[in-house]
Design a protein around this ligand. Structure first.
Ligand code: KG4
Ligand code: ZN
Length: 394
């Protein structure tokens, strides 16, 4: 593709992406929206784990410390100079205001100093493009997920610590459009994982550990009920009165009740104290510290959450005639979700794509990838760009 950049020079196709919406400071260089030359993520998990969740003030401070070295490392690993970059892309929202501002301010000054365009990206659009980028890159001949007929509609499930949203995504003349057709009315799925993990003494964020431990318990031991939320017939912007919405606060309460009724709290506290002593990979240690009752509870929790996510996604795909499903966000790393979604999609003849593990959780390659179509169509941000903590997609 030959594109002229801002100054009328031939474009190299290189976009520097910057992401700082939550607790990862990230920078990446991606060529033409598909080839990842570098993808650097400085995680703040160790800082926030001590408090059992993300502390916004600490997040901003860590972003400030990390942003310059992270961008430098991303440039060095890509082997390109700042002068060769075509544009700087940055997450404008949703996320923590102070955290977003660090990335935005830095991206703005960098773009201004270099005389390159600035591109604003919605974090949720980024998650979707993490998958599209990899799918198309792996199979450019078919443009993988964007085939013809009814199949040109993509249903995207963005499932993370902050979101459980369903979007219909369509591309026309290089411009992507999204329609939000479902969302959580309370907690996000990742939040349900993290809160349940905390109750069981597994630390923060507990999603990955819960996923691992779920493989060692009986998924049919405890029956959890999910879904059956009351629909709000006239909720604005939602298809069919919230029929494809999610609710996760019920299962969180159910886990809490189970822990109380089965006197599991003391065991959880002891487990937490032991796990805090362990650095690095805690999986085997956590397994050794879990009794059968706890493992069964975790396996049953995972089965219930995964079934619910898959059921709502399949129902929406059918309703809106989507031929492809894209799953993204931190919980897209979940083994159970990958297995069930893949199996159910196969039964229905739908294509399904997940991000690689590196691109499932927050990163900047997805921001640079989502920025590419905007670069091609010249959709640039002004120097008034500000953080949009509540930004929506579609
Ligand atoms: O997308 P992400 O990095 O950040 C947000 O935008 O929230 O997602 C992080 C979330 C956390 O809640 C984490 O526990 C969850 O994703 N997560 C998982 C898994 N890996 C990460 N949840 C379940 N199973 C996993 N394997
Ligand atoms: Zn995210």
């Amino acid at each position: 593709m030959t594109n002229k950049n801002y100054n009328g020079e031939m474009a190299s196709g290189l976009i520097l992406g910057i992401e700082s919406s939550c607790d990862e400071t990230a920078a990446a260089v991606v060529r033409s929206g598909g080839e990842v030359l570098s993808n650097v993520v400085a995680s703040q998990i160790a800082t926030h784990a001590l408090y059992g969740g993300v502390v916004p003030e600490l997040a901003s401070r860590e972003h400030l410390t990390n942003i310059v070295p992270v961008v430098r490392t991303a440039m060095a690993e890509a082997g390109v100079s700042l002068a060769e970059i075509d544009a700087v892309a940055v997450t404008e929202g949703p996320g923590l205001a102070g955290a977003l501002l660090v990335g935005i301010t830095y991206a703005k000054s960098l773009a201004f100093g270099l005389g390159k365009p600035l591109i604003a990206v919605n974090h949720l659009e980024g998650h979707i493009h993490a998958v599209l980028m990899e799918a198309v890159h792996a199979d450019p001949s078919t443009a993988a997920l964007r085939a013809s007929g009814r199949d040109d509609k993509i249903l995207a499930l963005v499932v993370s610590g902050g979101h459980t949203h369903l979007y219909l995504a369509e591309e026309r003349d290089g411009v992507w459009r999204y329609r939000n057709v479902g969302r959580t009315i309370d907690d996000a799925a990742g939040e349900a994982y993290d809160k349940s993990a905390k109750l069981l003494g597994l630390g923060y964020p507990g999603g990955p550990l819960m996923d691992f431990l779920a493989g060692h318990g009986d998924p049919n031991a405890v029956e959890f009920k999910l879904g059956g939320i009351k629909t709000k017939p006239h909720r604005e912007g939602t298809a069919r009165g919230g029929e494809f919405d999610f609710s996760f606060s019920g299962i969180k309460t159910a886990v809490l009740r189970y822990v109380e009724v089965h006197s599991m709290r003391e065991r959880a506290e002891a487990r937490h104290a032991s796990l805090m002593q362990i650095e690095g990979d805690k999986r085997e240690a956590a397994l050794a510290l879990c009794d059968t009752e706890t493992l069964n509870l975790i396996a049953s929790f995972q089965k219930a959450v995964v079934s619910y996510l898959v059921k709502q996604t399949m129902r929406a795909a059918e309703e809106f005639g989507a031929g492809s499903i894209v799953v993204s966000g931190g919980v897209a790393a979940n083994r159970g979700l990958r297995e069930r979604m893949t199996a159910e999609a196969a039964v229905r003849g739908l294509r399904v794509a997940f991000p690689s593990l590196a691109l499932a959780t927050d990163n900047a390659a997805m921001i640079a990838a989502a920025a590419w179509p905007k670069f091609v169509t010249g959709e640039f941000a002004s120097d008034e760009l500000n953080a949009m903590p509540q930004l929506r997609l579609g």
